[in-house]
Design a protein around this ligand. Structure first.
Ligand code: ZN
Length: 179
C-alpha cells in the first residue's frame, strides 16, 4: 500500500450502478468520471491509469487482484438510495475536510471558469441576472452556473451529511473558512 493520498488529490470513477454519485461528488468539487460501459476491465484500467477510486456495487470488482492487494482503491457501495451512498463515501474517506462547490461541471466533469455578470447577461434568465452576482461557465458544454435554489438545496443536504459524519460538535466556522 502506498502512503495516504492527499485528500485534495482524490479523484473518482463511478460505475453505472451508482451513477448518481457522480453529481454529488462533482458538486463537492471532486474530479469524477462516470463509467457508462459494461466492461469492468476497462473501468479498472482507467482507474489505474488516472489514479481514481472506484465506486461500485459490483462485488466482482472487489475480488479483483488489483483491488485485494491494495494497488487500486475501490469502495463497495451498500445502500440503495443516492443519499445513503454519498454518505457512505463521505464517511469512508472522511471527505468532510474538503468542500469546494462551484468548481466542476455537474454534467461533464470539466473545471468551471469564472464569468462576470456582464459576460452572462444574455445567457441567463433576467430574474437570475438581477439577483445573482457570481457565475461560472463550463468550457465544454457552456452551461452557466449560479447559486440558485437547486444548488442551495444540494449543498444544504451535503452540509447535513457532513454534520452527521462528524458528529454533533462540528466546528462550522472552521469549515466555512476552509471552503
Ligand atoms: Zn459541462
Amino acid at each position: 500500500m502506498k502512503g495516504v493520498r492527499l485528500i485534495t488529490n482524490l479523484r473518482f470513477i463511478v460505475d453505472n450502478n451508482v451513477g448518481k454519485l457522480a453529481k454529488w461528488l462533482r458538486i463537492m468539487g471532486y474530479d469524477t468520471l462516470f463509467f457508462d460501459g459494461s466492461d469492468d476491465s476497462r473501468m479498472i484500467a482507467i482507474a489505474l491509469a488516472e489514479g481514481r477510486v472506484i465506486l461500485t456495487r459490483d462485488t466482482q470488482i472487489m475480488r479483483r487482484r488489483v483491488v485485494t492487494n491494495g494497488r487500486l482503491k475501490a469502495i463497495l457501495i451498500q445502500g440503495d438510495e443516492p443519499e445513503q451512498q454519498i454518505r457512505q463515501v463521505i464517511d469512508t474517506l472522511n471527505l468532510d475536510c474538503r468542500f469546494m462547490p462551484f468548481a466542476i461541471c455537474l454534467e461533464c466533469n470539466q473545471p468551471l471558469l469564472e464569468r462576470s455578470r456582464e459576460q452572462v447577461k444574455d445567457l441567463v434568465p433576467p430574474y437570475v441576472f438581477q439577483t445573482q452576482s457570481q457565475y461560472m461557465e463550463c468550457p465544454a458544454c457552456h452551461r452557466i452556473y449560479w447559486r440558485g435554489t437547486h444548488w442551495q438545496a444540494m449543498t444544504k443536504k451535503l452540509e447535513k451529511f457532513r454534520r452527521g459524519s462528524a458528529g454533533e460538535n462540528i466546528d462550522k466556522k472552521r469549515t466555512i473558512e476552509e471552503s
